[in-house]
Design a protein around this ligand. Structure first.
Ligand SMILES: [Zn+2]
Length: 190
């Protein structure tokens, strides 16, 4: 399933920002936000997921990206816990904070589609408004429950479930096979 290519793109950017720029655990190991060079390259990979010709993040915007990632993570956590009221509340706060201004644009031969630009002076990342609108679109749809936090032990990376059946539980193949292997070992012991 898809939320439309533009929305899919900005939702993917938000997801990747959380996974790159918030500490916690990743695929069985503790995860720290990487140092400046690696972080910048992770942020560049994240914004590239928009599928647009996105500006490469510069060092001056790192704090704004970290701040955005910290503010987005709870949306995934609330949806994972099926606390949809809180997820909506946090998302509304993001919409307020980043003051998303909708605007129809047509570029690169694409049909007219909605873009969301915030005030660049208020948000050095330049992504707050788009990411907030992406989350709002998901939460306002029948697929609101498609945001998730990895169910594997020692992993809290987030994902967007775009599978047909909507049964995804893990951030990655790596976590899925880790859990499968552990279950297999447990069965053999039993
Ligand atoms: Zn995981």
């Amino acid at each position: 399933m898809t939320f439309g290519s533009h929305v899919d793109g900005v939702v993917a950017v938000g997801r990747e920002l959380v996974n790159v720029a918030t500490p916690g655990e990743r695929q069985g190991r503790s995860y720290d936000v990487p140092g400046p060079a690696q972080l910048l390259s992770g942020l560049a990979d994240a914004v590239r997921l928009s599928g647009r010709d996105a500006r490469v993040p510069d060092a001056g915007a790192v704090e704004a990206f970290l701040d955005l990632a910290r503010r987005v993570r709870p949306v995934y956590e609330f949806v994972e816990a099926r606390e949809m009221d809180q997820a909506a509340e946090v998302t509304n706060a993001l919409l307020d904070r980043y003051a998303a201004r909708p605007r129809l644009e047509s570029h690169g031969g694409q049909p007219w589609h909605l873009h969301f630009h915030g005030d660049r002076r208020a948000d050095a990342s330049g992504w707050g408004a788009a990411v907030a609108m992406g989350l709002a679109t998901v939460l306002g749809s029948e697929y609101a429950d498609r945001l998730g936090v990895c169910a594997a032990p020692a992993c809290d990376r987030v994902f967007v479930d775009v599978s047909r059946n909507g049964l995804r539980r893990f951030c990655s193949e790596a976590c899925q096979s880790r859990v499968k292997a552990a279950a297999h070992r447990a069965r053999q012991r039993a």
